[in-house]
Design a binder for this molecule. Structure first.
Ligand code: DX5
Ligand code: ZN
Length: 218
């Protein structure tokens, strides 16, 4: 199966957001990964509705919105209204996760659940059949450019086993520290969506780097 690549807009040049969005549009990338941080759930603040709305005006590919915010259930419809196609909430920030997942799907989006590095995949056992995507955080959320946490491979394997046992279909997305050196092993282990921020935007040829990350893995 071919994997998807989702460049993270967090690492784009905000003085040239349209230019960077056009680069993604014209590249082999599949989705835009859009990181929303509230300064409470994570120790950083990124951007909110006006910026996502502006991005959505130029983006020709789906917006994969990753909410690193407390009480994400309060904003489901507003993220849909600014253009989110996939809406992912953190399990650690969601007291009533099942209700929130249903609200996201009722609003017409794909529903994702993100897990911090310390959160066991087993926590998903009673929701796995209800969701479209799991984001395994391979860094502690809050910042781009951090080092990949190796325990992520075990978590991918655990999630593949759970998915198979439940006979359900879902995307396994890896977020944080994805590089040209580890992407193949991630896909071989079972990941099918790769988020890449600094690897893409720190490279001298971002579009070519996206193509390199899209290379099929044997
Ligand atoms: C981290 C964000 C990531 C980040 C990834 O909290 O969720 O999406 O942009 O950046 P890199 O690829 O640089 O680790
Ligand atoms: Zn993210």
């Amino acid at each position: 199966m071919t994997h998807l690549v989702a460049p993270s807009v967090l690492s784009a040049d905000f003085n040239n957001l349209e230019r960077d969005a056009e680069m993604i549009n014209n590249s082999e990338a599949d989705w835009f990964h859009v990181d929303v941080m509230d300064g409470v759930f994570v120790p950083n603040i990124s951007f909110g509705f006006p910026v996502i709305k502006a991005l959505n005006k130029v983006a020709t590919k789906p917006l994969d919105v990753h909410l690193m915010i407390v009480q994400p259930e309060r904003y489901v419809n507003q993220f849909r209204d600014v253009g989110a196609d996939v809406l992912t909430v953190h399990i650690e920030a969601s007291t009533h996760l099942h209700r929130t997942v249903q609200a996201i799907k009722s609003a017409g989006m794909k529903a994702g659940v993100a897990l911090n590095p310390h959160t066991s995949v087993s926590q998903l056992e009673d929701i796995v059949s209800d969701i479209d995507l799991v984001t395994l955080m391979s860094v502690n959320p809050g910042f781009g450019g951090q080092k990949f946490i190796e325990n992520t491979y075990k978590k991918i394997s655990d999630l593949v086993a759970m998915k198979t046992a439940a006979n359900t279909d879902l995307h396994i997305e890896i977020d944080g520290g994805v590089t040209l050196n580890n992407y193949a092993k991630l896909v071989q282990t079972g990941a099918d969506v790769l988020v890449a921020g600094s690897t893409v935007f720190s490279s001298s040829n971002p579009s070519q780097t996206i193509a390199d990350l899209k290379q099929s893995v044997g």
